[in-house]
Design a protein around this ligand. Structure first.
Ligand code: NAD
Length: 334
């Protein structure tokens, strides 16, 4: 994987105070990029970006976006700002279409009006819905089973048409399950409410939650629980930088999956979390959740082949350990 040192570039990171965004901000800065974070802090944390230049603004507010472009030279945009809780999206699709689709439309229009035509977009495995084959490659059909996945797919469609009509250059990265934390231990996964398995298991180990729920134990998998593909957040961050370099050097607009290519069941994760933490993690079995596919595992061959991306964190024990390191520090602070 060749990650070159940056020629001087200014990157606007929307949603950069969130979990994945803050890790990408750090990697960008480590590689010499200038970063400006824009976030409305509905779910983000200022503490996650240290003294990185920051604008508190909402992508729904076009005037505020225009001001950011007026006051700063911006060469490219990375866009993480979205709502991403599947269950909530089923109950309040309006919120999801407004924030994720209308917000992104505002952002892209403002970019283009200001002559900025490079965008890296956070998409998701949820665009595929129930997979017909495993591992899932980018040409698998897209049939989201919830509004969250549908909003991300709607943006991908929009990007395609805007690319044709207005010369927008974009790379959409479809993440599978982001996990882990930077080894420095000072930034990590801090959602509220938390819905992801690894932080829930670790919070239970810390005594911050009474138990972790397993939704469905009768799936057609070896232990009956759902299988997912976990990818370390810093491997995601590296992929963003490779994607940016590709656009800068004239690479094509496209879509890439990001996952490790191996699946772990809910029970595997809880067992590994018990090993990592040395604590017993109480589990409660609950019924399946609607729209949860039995198995989601990525083929990330396309980004490996085309951009030379290689995940550095292949081992689930290592991924969970990095998350635990952060949770131990953060748990004491909160
Ligand atoms: N975490 C995962 O496993 C995962 C998997 C697939 C895709 N994604 C996508 O990656 C992106 C980042 O995910 P995350 O887990 O870091 O989420 P996060 O909630 O931690 O980060 C999102 C950030 O965007 C900000 N934001 C939301 N709406 C905004 C708006 N209207 N204006 C300005 N800022 C706004 C939030 O305050 C937050 O800081 C999201 O787009 C998500 O859909 C995440």
């Amino acid at each position: 994987m060749k990650i070159r040192k940056a020629v001087h570039m200014n990157i606007l990171v929307c949603g950069g105070a969130g979990y994945i965004g803050s890790h990408v901000v750090r990697q960008l800065q480590n590689r010499g990029y200038e970063v400006l974070v824009l976030d409305n802090l509905v779910n983000g944390h200022l503490s996650a970006i240290g003294n990185t230049p920051f604008v508190k603004a909402d992508i729904m507010n076009k005037r505020a976006l225009q001001q950011v472009f007026d006051q700063n030279r911006i060469d490219a945009v990375m866009h993480f700002a979205a709502f991403s809780i599947v269950g909530e999206s089923v109950k309040r699709p309006d919120l999801y279409y407004r924030n994720n689709v209308a917000g992104t439309l505002n952002l892209i229009q403002t970019m283009l009006e200001n002559g900025v035509n490079k965008l890296i977009f956070s998409s998701t495995a949820a665009v595929y819905g129930e997979p017909g084959e495993i591992p899932i490659s980018e040409d698998h059909c897209t049939k989201p089973t919830n509004p969250y996945g549908a909003t991300k797919l709607a943006v991908e469609e929009m990007l395609k048409w805007f690319s044709q009509a207005y010369g927008l250059n974009y790379i959409s990265l479809r993440y599978f399950n982001a996990a882990g934390a930077d080894e420095a231990g000072d930034i990590g996964e801090d959602h509220n409410p938390e819905t992801h398995l690894i932080p829930l298991a670790l919070k239970t180990a810390l005594g911050l939650l009474p138990e972790v729920k397993i939704f469905g134990t009768d799936y057609p998998t070896p232990d009956g629980t759902c299988i997912r593909d976990y990818i370390h957040v810093n491997d995601l961050a590296n992929a963003h930088i490779l994607a940016l370099q590709s656009l800068v050097s004239g690479g094509k607009s496209t879509v890439y999956n990001l996952g490790n290519g191996s699946g772990f069941s809910v029970r595997d994760i809880i067992k590994t979390a018990q090993k990592v933490t040395g604590k017993l993690i109480r589990v409660v079995e609950a019924p399946r959740r609607a729209g949860d596919p039995a198995v989601l595992v990525a083929s990330a061959e396309k980004i490996k082949r085309e951009l030379g991306w290689q995940p550095q964190f292949r081992d689930i024990h290592q991924i969970i350990s990095s998350a635990w390191h952060w949770h131990c520090r953060h748990g004491k602070e909160s």
